[in-house]
Design a binder for this molecule. Structure first.
Ligand code: ADE
Length: 269
């Protein structure tokens, strides 16, 4: 589907950020633009400063007990979540009751979260509304966690803030939605969707700087090409991600291709 609207329901994505400029241009291009045009997603960026209580629009403060860095204040986040219509039950004692309200799903990108995997993107792509709480500070006031349904980390490293992580998650979710990605970029053959890393791809010219495209890809022989791709995927996954290969249930064809790979790589059976 190249034009028109997506077939599924629209996924509402709200990003709460103290740095909306960071996000503004990124959501206007590529898949995210197409997905919005096709109503697969509705994307809204809200400036956390709009929910600050003072005229300086302060959203961060020094940590109690001292220490380096600033901390994201709870009030702007609380007010922003309330403005979206999330029932936070008001009083501090009942803040945990938020869990009784299933949707919208409040997601906090943080290096303390669960490491993001493709399965998480698939699960999140089925939500009705996701609200991302982005922080660019040393940390967040711990009480904000009471209103969060899920904490996600991109990996074991620290980046400048939650905005880039939210974009990664949103891009990953969006391309799974119906009508966003065309046949020419099929989701089934993505690395990780198939459980393996995807095989190498080539385009014109046939020879560039003395490097040739593998002959089988020019042969027009569909079955040979399918087997070559499968074997390449197995070889690449074995070399780079033996951990994910070990979790896969291989069929007889895969077992045979994999033993060929092992023989070729090690010269032994
Ligand atoms: N914010 C800072 N570092 C992060 C990470 N690794 N994942 C998600 N959010 C982050």
């Amino acid at each position: 589907m190249r034009t028109g609207e997506s077939m599924g329901q629209t996924l509402l994505l709200t990003i709460l950020s103290g740095l909306p400029d960071y996000l503004d241009s990124a959501v206007k291009v590529g898949h995210l633009r197409i997905a919005q045009e096709r109503r697969a997603i509705k994307l809204e960026i809200r400036d956390l400063r709009e929910y600050a209580q003072d005229s300086y629009r302060t959203i961060d403060d020094e940590p109690y007990g001292g220490g380096a860095g600033m901390v994201l204040k709870p009030e702007p986040v609380f007010r922003a979540l309330e403005s979206i219509g999330i029932d936070l039950k008001g009083g501090e004692k009942e803040l945990g009751n938020k869990k009784a309200v299933e949707d919208p799903w409040v997601l906090l990108p943080t290096p303390k979260g669960k490491k993001l995997e493709q399965d998480d993107l698939v699960r999140l792509s089925k939500k009705r509304q996701i609200v991302f709480v982005c922080s660019r500070y040393k940390g967040i006031d711990e009480r904000i966690r009471e209103w969060v349904d899920e904490e996600i980390s991109l990996g074991d490293y620290v980046i400048g803030g939650g905005e880039a992580a939210a974009l990664v998650i949103i891009e990953g979710i969006t391309r799974l939605l119906e009508g966003v990605v065309g046949d020419e970029e099929s989701i089934e053959t993505d690395s990780h969707t198939s459980g393996m890393l995807s095989p190498p791809t080539y385009t014109r010219p046939e020879v560039f700087k003395n490097m040739s495209v593998p002959a089988v890809l020019l042969s027009g022989h569909h079955e040979k090409i399918r087997l070559w791709r499968r074997k390449q995927a197995l070889a690449l996954t074995l070399a780079r991600r033996p951990d994910i290969l070990a979790k896969l249930e291989l069929n007889m064809e895969d077992e045979k291709l994999l033993s060929e790979v092992i023989v070729e790589q090690t010269g032994r059976n």
